[in-house]
Design a protein around this ligand. Structure first.
Ligand SMILES: [Fe+2]
Ligand SMILES: [Fe+2]
Length: 162
């Protein structure tokens, strides 16, 4: 089964996303390695649990970035996340209840294609939106939370609060 080699083509240019994607790819590669090396059920269960955990954490962080940036394609992107998480969770559930090898080359190839294609398509489009030049301007113009505004603007707080 093929491993996924990280290369610049997979980089979105957003460090936080790339760090998470590398972690997911490492996890996939460990699963693939175990499939080739021995298919020990306990190890496969451990790696699938790790993949579910990393996937949930990554989707949470990525979706928070979408919300912050008011990403217009957020709904369809989240739908892709939901579908993958459902598949991986089901796979983990099957693995725990299986007596034999819960992995197949088909399953690994599904995971591999999903990861690579999602990064290359949906995540790269998101990254372009996050990195667009106007994003920095919008972030700078974002109103400060009230507590920060009070600390920063002493004249306002002196007039209204003190
Ligand atoms: Fe994504
Ligand atoms: Fe992602």
């Amino acid at each position: 089964m093929d491993m996924i080699a990280w290369d610049d083509n997979l980089s979105t240019g957003v460090d936080e996303l790339d760090g998470d994607h590398r972690q997911l790819i490492d996890c996939y590669n460990m699963l693939s390695g175990e499939f080739i090396a021995g298919c020990r059920a306990a190890e496969i269960n451990r790696l699938l649990a790790l993949l579910v955990e990393h996937t949930e954490g990554h989707f949470r962080r990525e979706e928070a970035l979408m919300d912050q940036a008011r990403y217009p394609k957020s709904a369809s992107h989240r739908e892709e996340h939901r579908a993958l998480l459902q598949s991986v969770t089901l796979l983990q559930f099957k693995a725990v209840s299986a007596t034999g090898n819960p992995l197949s080359s088909y399953t690994l190839s599904f995971l591999r294609s999903w990861l690579v294609n999602h990064i290359l398509d949906a995540d790269k489009v998101l990254a372009q939106f996050l990195l667009r030049p106007s994003a920095a301007v919008i972030a700078a113009e974002e109103p400060l939370p009230l507590s920060v505004a009070i600390r920063a603007g002493s004249s306002w707080s002196e007039t209204h609060l003190l």
